[in-house]
Design a protein around this ligand. Structure first.
Ligand code: F6R
Length: 607
């Protein structure tokens, strides 16, 4: 949610480095973009515009700036519409600033600053931050930042330039991510490492309340009390190729096709003697023995992965599981059992709602286990235990491979929990793991159906509404299929438990309304087929997704996609690939910007 980058070096390449960084961060928001830089005379200049980076580039092409140091921003609008005026950086004569987060007390600050003679030209919360820093600035940037931090409530990652200090970037954060990356060519700040991977994989994590001073040849860190701090250098395990399209037309398609590999990378390191083993992550075998209830807390697609996790944990380990949307969980005063465990799931590890839920649990003394894709992210750092998924960078806004690896970890956790609780023998555990590995490999067979799915998806191009139905674990998948389709193709869709249709929504089924029905569970097949017949009788056009060995009469549906005959519990790994491809091809057919759907951003760091 908003991307920040900054660069300072010896060579006058800052503008192109910033633009490249912003391009890599555009998935965090693309309502407007801008940069501030010191020109060759050391003058602080700002160029910004509503819209995407090509518009900013066009403006910069007219000026051809030469600069060794600057900061940049790509915005996901919160306060104030997307406009040139509201675009970042925001600046005064002395200070220029980029911001990711929300200044919650901005109205109060605005009033205070207005009384001090400041005027405001934007509707943003950020303008108050830059003016507050300006107000406190008496020649010492650290003091200005420090004082501003004492006044500001809310979340922020700031990159700041002071006109008096050409070549210096100041950075500070609270509840929004920011890293400081280092290289031989110069040093960087960034919302995440993907912004600067072409230049370096070495970075420091800026912690809450710390201030960084980034110069061409060194970086220094201080506490808010101005005590110097030594910080560890991390090395990103992602590389630049992973963060590029690699010949695919869209990141989303590339990421869908990376699933077999990502699954393998996530599952293999968690196996010992053919059984799930998380002891390297601090979860010794036996960890789950006493756990008497589990809350899975997440948002969006990650929450849908949690729903699959619930089915698995309850079925295999017989432990009660609640799955909750993070933004609701944190405000409803949750009731915890005697030995609860909270599992938070997040691709980015920065989702504000999920992070807030995690903090609530920690305050209540409840242990939190995080399933996270981004190394060193806030959720990963704050949880008591962290299991990384190894999907590699997910750039497309719509989550695909991250979902699959999240559910892969759910399978392993459910089996570990069942083993710990004596509900599964070691032989059964080994057999389960083998089936999981087979299912992961079988995703490659489903990917081979992409062209066929593209033909079906063409039928969705002109439609306005669509329904997904499924029972049991297929209902969790239906929700995910529906979210994926609506977020990238803008086709309105709803997901229902197949048995619920007749309690209301079936009134929406009329001649030609498309319905995607999931029936991957043999035990529920007959019931779902009855629901499909009810839909067909009202003119619905049904795509049935089922197993190859399902004894269904193909005439009960209009289109049929058959999946490999995996053990029923593992069918989600195969079925979700079809749903992702349906959404992708429908969105491409409708001419949508698949990787950057409107109004969305990848990392939702505001509540
Ligand atoms: C949908 C999607 C979102 C995210 C949600 C949580 O395709 O990507 O629904 O799943 O915003 O994000 P993370 O997993 O980063 O916490």
């Amino acid at each position: 949610m908003c991307g920040i980058v900054g660069f300072t070096g010896e060579k006058p390449c800052a503008v192109s480095v910033l633009m490249e960084g912003l391009c890599n961060l555009e998935y965090r928001g693309y309502d407007s973009a801008g940069i501030s830089y010191f020109d060759s005379q050391g003058t602080l200049t700002t160029v910004k515009t509503q819209g995407r980076l090509d518009r900013l580039q066009a403006k910069l092409d007219q000026i051809q700036p030469q600069s060794c140091c600057g900061i940049g921003h790509t915005r996901w609008a919160t306060h104030g519409e997307p406009s040139d005026q509201n675009a970042h950086p925001h600046f005064t004569e002395k200070v220029s600033l980029v911001h990711n987060g929300i200044i919650e007390n901005y109205q109060e600050l605005r009033q205070f600053l207005a009384e001090k003679g400041y005027s405001f030209s934007t509707e943003t919360d950020t303008e108050t931050a830059v003016k507050l820093i300006d107000y406190f600035y008496q020649g010492d940037p650290f003091q200005a930042l420090r004082k501003a931090a004492q006044w500001i409530e809310g979340s922020y990652a700031f990159g700041v330039l002071f006109a008096d200090f050409p070549g210096h970037i100041y950075a500070m954060r609270k509840d929004s991510p920011l890293i400081v990356a280092v290289s031989d060519e110069g040093n960087f700040i960034a919302s995440d490492i993907s912004a600067v991977l072409r230049h370096t994989r070495r970075y420091h994590l800026l912690s809450e309340g710390e201030i960084a001073l980034v110069m061409p040849d060194r970086v220094t860190f201080f506490t808010i009390e101005m005590d110097p701090i030594e910080k560890e250098v991390h090395t990103a395990d992602w590389n630049i190729e992973q963060a590029q399209k690699g010949g695919y037309p869209h990141f989303m398609l590339k990421e869908i096709f990376e699933q077999p590999e990502a699954l393998q990378a996530t599952i293999s390191p968690r196996l010992s003697h053919g059984l799930p083993d998380f002891s390297v992550n601090g979860l010794e075998n036996g960890f789950f023995r006493e756990v008497d209830s589990i809350h899975i807390v997440a948002c969006g697609t990650a929450m849908h992965a949690g729903m699959v996790g619930k089915t698995l944990l309850e079925k295999l380990a017989r432990v009660p599981v609640e799955v909750e949307v993070a933004s609701e969980f944190r405000y409803r005063d949750p009731i915890f059992s005697t030995h609860p465990l909270v599992i938070v799931i997040s691709q980015s590890g920065e989702t504000a709602d999920t992070l807030a839920a995690l903090r609530l649990c920690k305050r209540s003394g409840v242990p939190v286990l995080a399933v996270v894709n981004v190394t060193g992210s806030s959720i990963a750092r704050e949880a008591d235990y962290c299991l990384y998924t190894y999907a590699g960078p997910e750039i497309a806004v719509a989550s695909t491979k991250a979902y699959s690896v999240q559910i892969a970890l759910m399978y392993l956790l459910a089996a570990r929990c069942a083993l710990d609780k004596g509900k599964m023998t070691e032989e059964e555990g080994q057999q389960f793991v083998k089936q999981l590995q087979e299912a992961a490999a079988a995703t490659a067979d489903v990917l081979a159906l992409s062209d066929r799915i593209a033909v079906y998806a063409q039928e969705l191009v002109p439609i306005h509404d669509l329904f997904f139905v499924g029972r049991g674990i297929d209902y969790a998948l239906a929700l995910e299929g529906s979210l994926k389709l609506k977020e990238i193709s803008y086709i309105h869709s709803e997901a229902y438990a197949a048995g619920e249709l007749k309690h209301g929504p079936i009134s929406l089924i009329s001649e030609g309304v498309p319905v995607i029905a999931l029936a991957t569970q043999p035990a529920l097949l007959a019931k779902t087929v009855s629901n499909i017949k009810e839909i067909k009788a009202r003119g619905g056009q049904v795509l049935l997704i089922t197993r190859e060995d399902s004894p269904v009469d193909p005439s009960c549906c209009d289109h049929l996609i058959s999946l490999p005959n995996l053990d029923p519990l593992f069918m989600p790994l195969a079925a979700v690939v079809v749903l992702q491809l349906v959404a992708y091809h429908a969105a491409v057919g409708r001419g949508c910007d698949v990787d950057k759907p409107r109004n969305l951003a990848k990392s939702v760091t505001v509540e």
